[in-house]
Design a protein around this ligand. Sequence first.
Ligand code: BTN
Length: 243
Amino acid sequence: MDTQLEHFLAHSGRRYQYLEETDSSQNQIRRLAQQGAAEGTIVVAETQTAGRGRLGRPWQSAPQASLTFSLLLRPGFAQANLPLISFAAAVALRETTEVGGLKWPNDLLAPNRKKLAGILVEAAFQPEGVLAVLGIGLNVKKPVPENAAALEDYTSLSRAEVLERFLERFDQQYQSLYQGGGEVLAAWRQYSYTLGQAVKVKTPQGQLEGVAVSLGADGSLLVESGSETKVVSVGEVSLIGML
Ligand code: BTN
């Protein structure tokens, strides 16, 4: 147990679970949601036996070194803004760490373009409203997987400090989605490592290359490829010449 993290959670005013091990904090939040847990409930896990990332990939976290958590959300804003929850989280992570930049859709990269954190949002439509589970995996201390970076190389923030700052900043960004997505998207653009770059994008429809020119109102990536502008809603971006 990390006593600083436990102390922060105990005084956060939120319902929380701090687990040594679970299958996935995403699953644990869903189980709590089924029992009626409120928005803001958080599960922090040291070890996940079945952690998952975007696009069906597995996600590894290291006990005491990563910061691995999921947050329960019951968004009441327009459903069109649901895809922007992960952008709000990416902006909040960048503001928390004050390091690096954002790769579309929502990875926090270190200045050397290696991955510091990943974000996964899973939503379910239920009779009583939308349930969204925001999951974050942040590499705080070394060792980290290949192609990943450790936050400790850039800042001295502890895991508890990162979590506290993130929750404050995410709350501001998330609340702004009740007024539309403009604030979140403007902040994301400001922190982007993607816009204006030559990119290769793997999408479910195939691969494309071009220049990432802007974001759509729903967070989709607009890529200029030859004489066309393609709209990418789901995909994996590589920054050409940087990775
Ligand atoms: C990605 O970059 O692919 C997203 C990674 C998200 C991982 C986090 S760790 C906490 C939460 N629990 C999971 O099983 N996944 C998310």
